[in-house]
Design a protein. Structure first.
Length: 322
């Protein structure tokens, strides 16, 4: 469906939980966050109902996120049901990878087509520091297990921070050189725990570091997101860049988000939300819920305001959905 700025909105990112088994420094504070009570989280039945409603409006891409989606009990059964809904053409999962090795083949079996895996460093000690205790080898096992399972494409999300992993970017691109993986470098966004502007690295600087400015962009990587991909000579995979601040892509944005507690969020970087949970639990018809859903899409803002110094969101990234 179209919003008021004539953008075609057909991509819904769904957070199924705010819980996570890591505590990444740019995502949440050291003490963690107060989890939403169980009754505040949408049930899988409620989420499936919203997916069916959204397909009426032409939504066809669905990404399941968290928190960490694989920690939610019953996730595989939910994904299998979601994949069977008419109109769901592309079912994806974003994960921190800690539980991916044991679930990769099951994800493929139930209908998930591809995965995005967060991986900000290959150094075990640095990984433990960034994630406050995670094991990078488990994530790498999950990545290669996903390739074995036939999940395609497998994309690696790297949030770039000047003080944490900037100098490691060339080493991370070697994953794309040596394997059919798609490594995407993402500008650090000032949301919650990551609001440190001194750590921000613009895409142009990343590309200069990687000497990739003169490589021609490619469009042969499956996906409906904002990344620009490049396949340098000799690479099995690609190197991608997601620029949320220095060259924002708001004019082509095609997505809205559903938070774990049932708020439709038209823009990641705007605090405006439409409460769908209340409607779902008040006994209204699908038509009435659809009207609210359509309202949320229509009111998607023209662009974000993250570059404004005074901008700050009341939610952390883990509470919105990655």
């Amino acid at each position: 469906m179209q919003d008021q700025f004539n953008r075609n909105i057909e991509y819904l990112r769904i957070s199924v939980t705010d819980r996570c088994n890591l505590r990444c420094r740019y995502c949440m504070p050291a003490e963690g966050i107060q989890w939403m009570p169980h009754e505040s989280i949408l049930s899988f039945e409620e989420i499936l109902r919203l997916i069916k409603i959204s397909t009426r409006f032409g939504f066809r891409r669905f990404r399941i996120t968290g928190g960490e989606p694989l920690v939610r009990k019953g996730i595989l059964s939910f994904l299998e049901q979601a994949a069977q809904i008419p109109g769901v053409d592309d079912l994806m999962l974003t994960t921190n990878g800690i539980l991916l090795a044991e679930h990769a083949f099951d994800l493929k079996r139930v209908g998930v087509q591809r995965v995005n895996v967060s991986l900000d460093t290959l150094d075990p000690e640095r990984f433990r520091h960034i994630t406050r205790g995670g094991d990078v080898n488990r994530v790498l096992q999950g990545i290669f297990r996903s390739l074995e399972a036939g999940l395609h494409p497998v994309k690696i999300n790297v949030v770039v921070s000047r003080s944490q992993n900037y100098e490691e970017l060339p080493k991370l691109t070697e994953l794309a050189r040596n394997y059919p993986l798609h490594v995407r470098f993402i500008e650090l966004m000032p949301i919650g725990a990551s609001d440190d502007r001194s750590d921000f690295v613009p895409i142009a600087e990343m590309q200069k570091l990687l000497d990739i400015q003169d490589v021609k962009a490619t469009d042969d990587v499956q996906g409906g997101g904002p990344a620009e991909y490049y396949r340098p000579p000799g690479f099995q995979g690609t190197v991608g860049f997601i620029s949320a601040l220095s060259r924002h892509f708001c004019h082509t944005c095609n997505r809205v988000r559903l938070t774990a507690d049932g708020k439709l969020r038209p823009c990641l970087h705007s605090s405006y939300e439409v409460d769908l949970r209340q409607a779902l639990r008040s006994g209204v018809s699908d038509t009435e819920v659809a009207d609210l859903f359509a309202k949320g899409v229509w009111l998607k803002p023209a662009e974000h305001h993250m570059n404004d110094r005074e901008w700050q969101d009341k939610r952390l990234m883990s509470q919105i959905g990655g």
